[in-house]
Write a protein that binds this ligand. Structure first.
Ligand code: IMP
Ligand code: MG
Length: 173
């Protein structure tokens, strides 16, 4: 498979994003909420680049549609257990595509009345956006190609690739 982003480029972007978060929340604490399963690698690397008092939690959703696209209906399958009221919440997601998943999650978490709510997305495909949502911290803007690796899957495969690669055409839609 063709590499789009190497592990070195990913590490550099994650380092930069961690630095931004550290500066923006200087003197405060943050709660990182990873969206399972895709964001697990990103969250674990990002957390180690944040020099603040930080805690983690995880949330999981299922989005209906084909293997490659969100159809628009998002269902919560695992909620957070950390109290979020008055906390600085950073939602950590692998990729912002149509934006439907993050819009759903953002609205869901806002019900907990956090002090602040930010989105950190490693990848962003702006050309596919349907919902009005943007990342506050973004690693890379990428073209409309289906990518796998570093947590991102196709039908649950390839999450363990250390680099982010473009999935060859011909995969099942
Ligand atoms: P959205 O709701 O369309 O923004 O979709 C976000 C979710 O779709 C991500 O959390 C991924 O699980 C999945 N997704 C979107 N694009 C890709 C891709 O290129 N590779 C792997 N998963 C993707
Ligand atoms: Mg995902």
């Amino acid at each position: 498979m063709q590499k789009l982003l190497t592990r070195e480029e990913i590490a550099q972007a994650v380092h930069r994003m961690g630095g931004q978060i550290t500066r923006d929340f200087a003197g405060q604490s943050v709660v990182l909420i990873g969206v399972l399963k895709g964001a697990c690698m990103f969250l674990s690397d990002l957390a180690r680049q944040i020099e603040l008092n930080a805690t983690f939690d995880f949330i999981a959703v299922r989005s209906y549609g084909s293997k490659k696209h969100t159809a628009g209906e998002v269902q919560l399958i695992k909620d957070v257990t950390t109290p979020l009221r008055d906390q600085n919440v950073i939602l950590v997601e692998d990729i912002l595509d149509t934006g439907l998943t993050l819009t759903f999650l953002k609205n869901h978490l806002l019900e907990h009345e956090p002090r602040s709510m930010k989105i950190a997305a490693l990848l962003d495909k702006p050309s596919r956006r349907v919902a009005d949502v943007e990342a506050d911290y973004c690693g890379f803007k990428i073209p409309d190609k289906f990518v796998v690796g570093y947590g991102l899957d196709h039908a649950e495969r390839f999450r363990n690739l250390p680099d982010i690669c473009v999935l060859e055409e011909g995969g099942q839609e």
